[in-house]
Design a protein around this ligand. Structure first.
Ligand SMILES: [Fe+2]
Length: 298
């Protein structure tokens, strides 16, 4: 099981839950807790996966491969991604490449089943599984500013597919930082744009680099094959070490959330109105509302 070192000055936002409790998992996910699945392990030959990584993944160069992707349930052809991943090896060692492809695809399938088991009622706009062969050593604490945050939320389910522990940190909920910097960082100027809001918030709350950021955080170490989820757009988080990660990224409209009050656009509007800023203009409100109405009507 993951080792967790809690920081005494900040709330505990880490929970351990069984895959047999999907509703509780969804609730904690929407609230912004980090959920560790207590009874799930990815089954794979992690040493073989480690040996299979592309040569460009060594050192600090970032390498990310999306081998499986669907748009509105329609699988996309990823053959060019496999070719790029294997490079020249595909011609010289086709059998070895086939085995690697099978091993990676088997993990992708396990990840897909886990997400669909937890979020069984959601209809995903887009879903994909990303493999990161990276050497992250200096990532700062941050909150993700994903491009579609005005209209949809993105489930992120992670698995440590490295053959050694993955080291993470988790800070506080978005609300804490947004409240603290709403006026001083002029976040009210971008209250109609969630990605822009989070981008500006990151800069104000965490600064330029991990070297100068001393925000309190919990420390975690995930074991090999361990699985966890987090809504990375509303919780501060940080990778502190680990070379290989698989993440399932599944996006669905806010209208399919259990509680609209926990969604990012709602929280931004709420904080803006509490600070005396008027609601969005009618045109902006309608733009935000349309995806919600469409998802309800579908
Ligand atoms: Fe992130």
């Amino acid at each position: 099981m993951a080792s967790v070192e809690l920081h005494p000055d900040i709330p505990v936002n880490i929970v351990l839950l069984s895959i047999r409790e999907p509703r509780r998992i969804r609730k904690h996910y929407e609230r912004g807790d980090l959920i560790i699945l207590s009874d799930v392990r990815i089954d794979a030959d992690f040493d073989s996966i480690a040996a299979a990584e592309p040569s460009g993944g060594v050192e600090v160069r970032r390498q990310k491969f999306v081998f499986r992707k669907s748009v509105k349930g329609k699988p996309a052809n990823r053959s060019t991604i496999w070719q790029r991943f294997f490079g020249g090896r595909l011609e010289n060692e086709p059998e070895a490449c086939r085995q690697i492809q099978n091993a990676i695809s088997a993990v992708d399938t396990q990840m897909d089943r886990l997400v669909r088991k937890i979020f069984s009622r959601q209809r995903f706009i887009i879903d994909f599984t990303a493999w990161k062969f990276q050497r992250i050593v200096g990532e700062n604490l941050h909150i993700d500013n994903l491009p579609n945050l005005n209209d949809s939320t993105q489930v992120r389910l992670f698995a440590n597919v490295d053959n050694k522990p993955r080291r993470w940190s988790v800070g506080r909920h978005w609300r804490h930082y947004a409240e603290r910097y709403f006026i001083s960082a002029k976040l009210f100027e971008v209250a109609d744009d969630a990605p822009e809001f989070n981008g500006r918030l990151n800069h104000a709350a965490f600064g330029q680099s991990h070297m100068s950021c001393d925000e309190p955080r919990h420390l975690l170490e995930f074991e090999v094959g361990e699985v966890w989820l987090i809504n990375s757009a509303i919780v501060a988080h940080q990778v502190r070490g680990g070379d290989r990660l698989c993440s399932a990224n599944y996006e669905y409209p806010y209208g399919q959330c259990m509680s609209r009050r926990e969604t990012l656009p709602y929280m931004i509007r709420e904080i803006a109105s509490r600070h005396g800023f008027p609601p969005l203009q009618a045109k902006q409100s309608l733009r935000r509302l349309l995806p919600f109405l469409r998802s309800r009507a579908a």
